[in-house]
Design a protein around this ligand. Structure first.
Ligand code: GLN
Length: 297
């Protein structure tokens, strides 16, 4: 005897009860939408619609993965960020909504139409691709230290038809000398011993994308200290950091000689990003003559 047919509504209720996350019902709907090809609105409009036995088996397998803690983004292989759908895998950080606040901050800066932009530690390419999608004439580059992440960012760039150039580099290490109008980064910033590393999606994300020494600031120190050598006069640095790191990150910006230093909050009203301007001196790098005045505001 085959099992009785299950309606969408019954399937979603059972799945939501099995999933232990911040958003069990949403998670269940996303998984059922993947299996059936139906929209999430359809589940509300036609809750009595029955699942075929194949759909039911597939759905239960995905729910079991989610119930075991697998991030939704890994099960679906994609994550929405800004207006884009990005391919995600185990080699990259799963883009977070709060990182969109960096994109917003960058878009609001006084930059020229052809600004040269560098996204350090791009992962899926999220920040670089969002900026490139909004500013078609910006010359956006991105780096990541992990070859698999470089491949994911390149694939996302291609799929979205954008023109971000992605290279493999640990921060500035492998970059040819050049100067940018904007350097932006969501680096790892969690302290090695942070207990949050034992809960939620971060358990399934690469430590290289999350953890940065005893105080979580090892990578931010490298980025902030090196950035002035890679910025034009008047160029901007924008970085994401932990909710309790703003003061220490602003101090790093001060030590590195930045001005116009400011921290901003994320969607949860937590200090999440800091930005500053490089007062610096005129670049003498060949090929960059004249462009600095352009970016000077
Ligand atoms: N904001 C992420 C988290 O706390 C961490 C991202 C990062 O380290 N860059 O889950």
């Amino acid at each position: 005897m085959s099992e009785p047919l299950l309606t969408c509504d019954a399937a979603l209720r059972k799945a939501a009860a099995d999933i232990d996350s911040d958003s069990p019902r949403l998670d269940a709907e996303l998984l059922l939408a993947r299996v059936t090809g139906w929209s999430r609105t359809a589940f509300r409009a036609w809750p009595e619609r029955a699942l075929s036995p194949v759909q039911r088996t597939e759905f239960e397998a995905l729910v079991a993965q989610r119930a075991a803690g697998q991030p939704i983004a890994h099960i679906l292989g994609e994550q929405g960020f800004w207006s884009l759908s990005l391919q995600v895998n185990e080699a990259t950080l799963i883009p977070r909504p709060d990182t969109e606040c960096l994109v917003e901050a960058a878009l609001a800066l006084p930059l020229t139409a052809q600004a040269r932009v560098m996204d350090l530690g791009t992962g899926t390419g999220a920040i670089a691709l969002a900026l490139a999608s909004e500013r078609r004439h910006w010359r956006v580059q991105a780096t990541d230290a992990i070859p698999e992440a470089v491949a994911v960012a390149r694939a996302n760039n291609q799929r979205l038809g954008l023109s971000v150039s992605v290279s493999q580099s640990h921060w500035f290490e492998n970059l040819p000398p050049q100067r940018f109008d904007l350097i932006i980064s969501n680096p790892p910033y969690i302290a090695t011993e942070d207990h949050h590393l034992g809960c939620g999606d971060v358990r399934f994300e690469p430590a290289t994308a999350l953890v940065s020494g005893r105080d979580g600031l090892d990578d931010l120190r490298i980025i902030v200290n090196s950035a002035p050598e890679w910025l034009v006069r008047g160029g901007w640095l924008v970085v994401e950091h932990g909710f309790d790191q703003a003061e220490r990150v602003r101090a790093l910006f001060v030590t590195a000689g930045f001005d116009a230093i400011e921290s901003r909050q994320d969607y949860g009203q937590q200090d999440r990003l800091t930005l500053g301007r490089n007062p610096g001196h005129h670049s003498t790098i060949p090929g960059n003559e004249g462009v600095n005045d352009d970016a000077q505001r």
